[in-house]
Design a binder for this molecule. Structure first.
Ligand code: GTP
Ligand code: MG
Length: 444
């Protein structure tokens, strides 16, 4: 269809026609209900609150069942998210319920990073959904949606004010999830203190710009009850799976030596209000808000980060192909730049190493020359010594020959003149004795 035809068509006035008889499309809502019931629903609750604050007890009380409970220790080195999924059925409605516990929340000495694992977990669920949406063959129909629909934030019933950890965590989460703040173990705080505590909490949330989930007031059917309930926030709840006999009825309650706190008694606590708002009236709105507000925000930021953007209605329509090409070019350009940088870095490194090696070679050469000089000097000295020794040896040999000659002459003389024997003998021994001192070979 040409653009002008399209414009004319959309500008044409729509005419109201009446039907001659029953056609049947009034069954569309029923078809929708039937389809949804067949498909089943999923609902994911994130429980954030310090260890032992009563998270598991409240979940058991809310859904009137016993979920797996595993007590957390107070020695977790960091906050850890633990999701557990259950299949529940009420009448013919199937609910895939996931309860995610922020295990170890508030137990670390340094709590600066406590919110991070929670934010990361929520983002990961959004990312998984986005990846499924971006797939060529999507199967969102039977996709297990794990996005968090509500965060029940358990506030410790101190009666004072919110802790900075609460404010920081809620602030970090408020754009990602519907937060319903609740005061846990409300039976441990007096009525007047509770009233003041609620006002204090709300004013602190407002002054710190923390956006909590507001029950919707745009649907006439629930507008009144929702606006009344908005004024009761944060709900002060008591959880218990214990049944106590009150009158002739068994009710869920906490029994104390001085009396019984009934969970479902509205003058005792806000448990019924919470159940009404969370499950019976606004469960679908929580699911919808998650998709249209929080997930949408995540998706928009993520796609913008990836380079996609919407153009204004007057200019060319948004083209996936063009965005892809631009992004590809940008990426290739960056890759080339990085490659060039790495090449340059490599060349510089080689040059540096070469210079270092040359310097080392020069040093070695100098060392070698120095050693060579020392060696030659020593060789010269040894040579000189050798010469001196040789001269000494020659002199000694000469003396030795002289002595031997003298000896033989004197022997000859002795044999010829025996009478002068004693006298000559004396003369004879006087000379070699002197020689023996020099040579060391003659011993008297
Ligand atoms: P972890 O999962 O270990 O962090 O604990 P949790 O937050 O799930 O608390 P859990 O439900 O296990 O309850 C801890 C203790 O608090 C139990 O002894 C409960 O009986 C008690 N408790 C739970 N809810 C309430 C409540 O509303 N009031 C009071 N007074 N005690 C409660
Ligand atoms: Mg627990």
């Amino acid at each position: 269809m040409a653009a002008t035809d399209l414009e004319r068509f959309s500008n044409e006035e729509k005419r109201n026609l009446s039907l001659g008889g029953h056609v049947g499309f009034d069954s569309l809502p029923d078809q929708l209900v039937s389809k949804s019931v067949t498909q089943g629903f999923s609902f994911n609750i994130l429980c954030v609150g310090e260890t032992g604050i009563g998270k598991s007890t409240l979940m058991n009380t809310l859904f009137n069942t016993t979920f797996e409970t595993e007590e957390a220790s107070h020695y977790e080195s960091a906050v850890r998210l633990r999701p557990r999924t259950y299949d529940l059925q009420e009448s013919n409605v199937h609910l895939k319920l996931t309860i995610v516990d922020a295990v170890g929340f508030g137990d670390q000495i340094n709590k600066d990073e406590s919110y991070r694992p929670i934010v990361e977990y929520i983002d990961t669920q959004f990312e998984n959904y986005l990846q499924e949406e971006l797939k060529i063959r999507r199967s969102l129909f039977n996709y297990h949606d794990t996005r968090i629909h509500v965060c029940l934030y358990f506030i410790t019933p101190t009666g004072h004010s919110l802790k900075s950890l609460d404010l920081v965590t809620m602030k970090k989460l408020d754009s990602k999830v519907n937060i319903i703040p609740i005061i846990a173990k409300a039976d441990t705080i007096s009525k007047s203190e509770l009233h003041k505590f609620k006002i204090k909490i709300m004013s602190e949330l407002v002054s710190n710009g923390v956006q909590i989930y507001q029950f919707p007031t745009d649907d006439e059917a629930v507008a009144e009850i929702n606006s009344v309930m908005n004024a009761h926030l944060p709900f002060a709840v008591v959880g218990s799976t214990e049944e106590v006999k009150v009158g002739n009825k068994l009710v869920r309650a906490r029994q104390y030596p001085w009396g019984v706190v009934q969970v479902e008694n509205e003058s005792h606590c806000d448990f019924v209000k919470l159940r009404e708002m969370l499950i019976r009236v606004n469960m679908e709105d929580l699911r919808e808000q998650t998709h249209t507000r929080h997930y949408e925000l995540y998706r928009r930021c993520k796609l913008e980060e990836m380079g996609f953007k919407d153009t204004d209605p007057d200019s060319q329509p948004f083209s996936l192909q063009e965005t892809y090409e631009t992004k590809r070019k940008e990426f290739l350009g960056e890759l080339q730049k990085k490659e060039e940088e790495m090449r340059q870095m490599f060349v510089n490194k080689v040059k540096e190493t070469e210079a270092e090696l040359k310097e080392k070679e020069r040093e070695l050469h100098e060392k070698f020359e120095h050693l060579k000089r020392i060696h030659q000097e020593e060789k010269r000295k040894v040579e000189e010594k050798r010469r001196e020794l040789e001269e000494e040896m020659n002199a000694f040999n000469r003396r030795k020959v002289a002595v031997e000659t003298l000896q033989s002459q004197s022997l000859q003389a002795t044999s010829q003149q025996p009478l002068r024997k004693d006298k000559d003998k004396k003369n004879f021994f006087s000379l070699p004795t002197a020689c023996s001192i020099t040579s060391g070979r003659y011993v008297n």
